[in-house]
Each structure stands twice: as structure tokens, then as C-alpha cells.
Design a protein around this ligand. Structure first.
Ligand code: GLU
Length: 485
């Protein structure tokens, strides 16, 4: 049996968008489901006009952050290099194969002016007619073609498509697809500057790099029959195709960087964890057999199955990702979590507070690292008093009950010497018993007095401990005065 070899073949055109990263993940999983599967990275930079400086580094960095380790690639080497198309080009590989394809009858040289053809296409499209360029260069004799090349006339190499008949291919996700050859246009394979187009380079590379499975977005589905005609002309094996449904922003629009939709880097900057992003995007288009939703990358390798990739677009739901991110944050051991959030805490809170205690309350609540700032605003700032907060049905409190509780708490806590969480806990629980009220009728007003907020990470005890004795008593006193007004 042949070894499974997949490739992630991004064009270095900027940030890594979510659809692209999902393709990389699926390529990785298809390879890594097998004990000896190979996941390869190939940089497709033949469209020189679209290149963005630094984009290749973003690709490396993203794969690394996500744990999608490639076995072969420009930065790690391998037996099938070079792994960058512009470098592959230097050996003349694309031109050589393009001329071979001409000999095999799969392509021809074309001297026509691109602009003229484009105009004809536009006119036809405006009329609502389908356009198929009837290239007069196909009728030139071999000698004439050679003479014009020798004379230095610019030319491109164009694919030959039969005028009649159909081409059928199989896709693992979309099934068998048949198209009329008459609907396929004779695309350029090699441009006049000698660069191959994507349409050609991807075939030559996938074949010469022994790729067995091609995973990519379904926008390539319609060109795939053309690629197959080329494979057939060469007499090469056609790879297994796995075209993925689009990642959508909503029912009608694809997620796209061009529309300002979040890239992987944006999400990380917003405080999402790469492992949560990977987990979430695995489920965009693929549905597991069970209702398990949280997967490590290793678990994904086990569970992933191409047969369960759907055909319709999957909507990217930021709230679901946020929820999942929270699950990951809460599952972390406190040391790891602390390392991760400490810089955020240091930024959010000025003054001398115990950051580890703050991390502990955050871990129970924050879904992303970026919420931290807002969640901790009450620590180093005393927010304005708000009487409405003291009325809470669930806690069975109102301003009068709160005032009584706070007065009692103030007296008791003033005498407390050991300000540890344990001691605060025992003291306040004891006070609940003495006052014969419910826990919430004491703890809720204290928490509100300490924070002037309805929702906070942590409860009265943890927050009192973080604020320490003097500040806690000062805030409780302040609330008493305000409630008495
Ligand atoms: N360079 C292409 C892209 O970035 C790759 C498509 C493919 O995987 O074949 O969309």
C-alpha cells in the first residue's frame, strides 16, 4: 500500500485565515490518522503579484502554534524539495512538463493577446452567453510555432480541452461529479514570464511530490476536471480529492479576510488559545460520530473521518468558540494558567495585589484572555456606588437587608486579624448563623460593596482576600454611608 502523503499548499499572501487553517488541519489529520502518513508544507508563490512580505513566517508560526507539525517543508527539508514553488521553477520543471504536455496533445502554444481574449470574454458574459475561446494558434504548424518562438514573440501555454464529451471525477466529500467539457475553458498553464499558473503548478507538484490526498476548499471543485484531463494526458494517477465546504460568516457570506473577518492571528490577539481554535475549527464542516465536542489534537487524529465531512457551508460562531476557549482555560492546571494570564493581570491591575489569587478567580470565569481587563477593573479602582445593585431577587436582598448585613460584617471583620481566605470564610459563615439569614444575604451585599459590580470573577471571600483588610473595610464603610443616605 502507498503511504498517505498530504500537503498544505498556502500562498503567502498575508494572515492565515480560518478557512485556510482548517484545510491545514484536515490535511494534517488525513495524514496523521495513518501510522506513517506524511504531512508536507509547500509554499505556492508563483503568483508574484500577490506575495506579502513576512507571510511565509506567519505560516510557519501558525502551524507551530497549532501543533500541526509538518514532516517536510522549506524549513525542515525532505526528499521532495525544494518546497517553495519559485525555487522549484529554477530547475525548469514546469516549462519542461508543459512542453511535454504539448507533445502529448494536452496543451498548445498560444500567441494571442490576453487583452483581446479578455475583451471577447467580457462581451460574451455581458450578453449572458458562455464563452469559449476558439484559439487560432491551434492551427499553426509546428514550424510556424517554432519560428515565432525563435523570433522572440511572447507566448503562453494553454490547456487543450476537448470540445465535446464529459469528464467525470470522484470527490470523497461531494461524490461523483460529471461536467460537460464544453463548459471548461482552456486556461493558461504557463504564463509569458515563464511562471506556471496555480492550475498547472499544483498538478506537477502534487505528482512529483507523490501526494496521495488533496484537501482544499470547494472553490477548486469546478476546476478539478481540467486538472484531471492533465493527469490523464500524462498518464498519471489522480490523487484522492477531499474538497471542503466553505467556512461561512453567516448563511450567505463566506468568512473572508478581505471583509475584515478574523484571521487566526486576530483571534490569538483577542485572547483565544490556539488549541481551542483548532478544536473549534475541526468541527466546522466535520461532525464526529459521538456528541463529544472537546478534542485534543491526538483525539482528533483518532476520531477524524473524511466520510463525515459535510457538503454545506459551516458557520463560524464566535460565541461557540468563546465558550470552548473558556472550557480550555478552566481545564488548565493553575501553574500553566498563571503563566498565561499573569502578564494580563499585571497590565490590568496597578498596585500591590496577589496576582496568583487574582488568577484563581479569573480561571473560573474568563472565557478569553481579553476579557480580563474589564473583569478586573474594580480592583485598583473604586467604582461608583450604585444602589440598584443591592436589590437582587435570587439573593433575597434589598438595600435595607444589605445595610444590616454590611454593618454587622464591618464590626466583625474589623476585629479579624487573620485575613486568610479560610479565616474570612469561617468568620462570615459564623456571622450568617448568628444573624440567622441566608448566605447570599450576607455574601452578596459584601461582594457588591467591595466591587460596585453585579458580576465579578470570585465571590466576597476571594475578593476580600485580594483587596486585603484596610481596603475591604474602607469600601464596606463607604457603602454603609451611601446606603444610609
Ligand atoms: N495555493 C492554493 C491556495 O492557497 C492551494 C490550493 C490547493 O490546496 O490546491 O488556495
Amino acid at each position: 500500500m502507498t503511504k498517505v502523503r498530504t500537503r498544505f499548499a498556502p500562498s503567502p499572501t498575508g494572515y492565515m485565515h480560518i478557512g485556510n487553517l482548517r484545510t491545514a488541519l484536515y490535511e494534517y489529520l488525513v495524514a496523521k490518522k495513518e501510522p506513517d502518513g506524511v504531512f508536507m508544507l509547500r509554499i505556492e508563490d508563483t503568483d508574484q503579484g500577490r506575495l506579502v512580505e513576512g507571510a511565509t513566517d506567519i505560516i510557519y508560526e501558525t502551524l507551530k502554534q497549532c501543533g500541526l507539525k509538518h514532516d517536510e517543508g522549506p524549513d525542515v527539508g525532505g526528499d521532495y524539495g525544494p518546497y517553495v514553488q519559485s525555487e522549484r521553477m529554477k530547475s525548469g520543471i514546469y516549462k519542461e512538463y508543459a512542453f511535454k504536455l504539448i507533445e502529448l496533445g494536452g496543451a498548445h502554444i498560444c500567441f494571442c493577446d490576453e487583452e483581446t481574449i479578455d475583451n471577447q470574454r467580457k462581451i460574451a458574459e455581458a450578453r449572458g452567453e458562455s464563452f469559449k475561446y476558439d484559439d487560432p494558434c491551434k492551427n499553426l504548424s509546428k514550424e510556424e510555432v517554432q519560428r515565432r518562438i525563435d523570433a522572440g514573440e511572447p507566448y503562453v501555454i494553454r490547456q487543450n480541452i476537448p470540445l465535446t464529451g464529459t469528464t467525470t471525477f470522484h470527490d470523497e466529500v461531494y461524490g461523483d461529479i460529471t461536467v460537460e467539457n464544453s463548459t471548461l475553458d482552456e486556461s493558461i498553464l504557463l504564463k509569458s514570464d515563464g511562471f506556471p499558473t496555480y492550475n498547472f503548478a499544483n498538478i506537477i507538484d502534487d505528482h512529483t511530490m507523490n501526494i496521495t490526498h488533496v484537501v482544499r476548499g470547494n472553490e477548486y471543485l469546478s476546476s478539478t476536471p481540467k486538472y484531471n484531463l492533465i493527469y490523464e494526458a500524462f498518464g498519471w494517477n489522480i490523487p484522492t480529492y477531499i474538497h471542503c465546504p466553505p467556512v461561512m460568516k453567516d448563511e450567505h457570506h463566506k468568512l473572508s479576510k478581505r471583509n475584515g473577518d478574523a484571521s487566526f492571528q486576530d483571534l490569538v490577539a483577542k485572547g483565544y488559545l490556539p488549541e481551542a481554535i483548532i478544536n473549534y475549527i475541526a468541527l466546522l464542516g466535520w461532525s464526529p460520530e459521538t456528541d463529544q465536542e472537546i478534542y485534543t489534537l491526538d483525539e482528533l487524529k483518532q476520531a477524524f473521518n473524511v466520510k463525515r465531512i459535510g457538503t454545506s457551508g459551516a458557520i463560524f460562531d464566535i460565541e461557540k468558540l468563546t465558550w470552548m476557549n473558556g472550557m480550555y482555560l478552566r481545564k488548565m492546571d493553575i501553574d500553566t494558567y498563571y503563566k498565561l494570564v499573569e502578564p494580563h493581570i499585571a497590565k490590568a491591575v496597578k498596585g500591590n495585589y496577589d496576582h496568583l489569587s487574582i488568577a484563581k478567580i479569573l480561571q473560573q470565569r474568563a472565557n478569553t484572555l481579553n476579557e480580563i481587563d474589564e473583569m478586573l477593573d474594580f480592583i485598583d479602582t473604586y467604582l461608583p456606588f450604585n444602589i440598584d445593585l443591592y436589590t437582587n431577587k435570587k439573593m433575597k436582598t434589598n438595600p435595607e437587608i444589605a445595610l444590616n448585613s454590611l454593618k454587622a460584617a464591618y464590626d466583625t471583620l474589623s476585629d479579624l486579624e487573620d485575613w486568610s481566605e479560610e479565616s474570612l470564610h469561617d468568620t462570615l459563615m459564623n456571622l450568617v448563623t448568628v444573624l440567622q439569614i441566608k448566605n447570599g444575604q450576607l455574601l452578596y451585599p459584601i461582594r457588591v460593596a467591595l466591587t460596585n459590580k453585579q458580576f465579578t470573577p470570585g465571590g466576597a471571600i476571594e475578593i476580600g482576600h485580594i483587596l486585603q483588610k484596610d481596603e475591604s473595610l474602607r469600601r464596606i464603610k463607604e457603602s454603609i454611608i451611601n446606603l444610609e443616605k
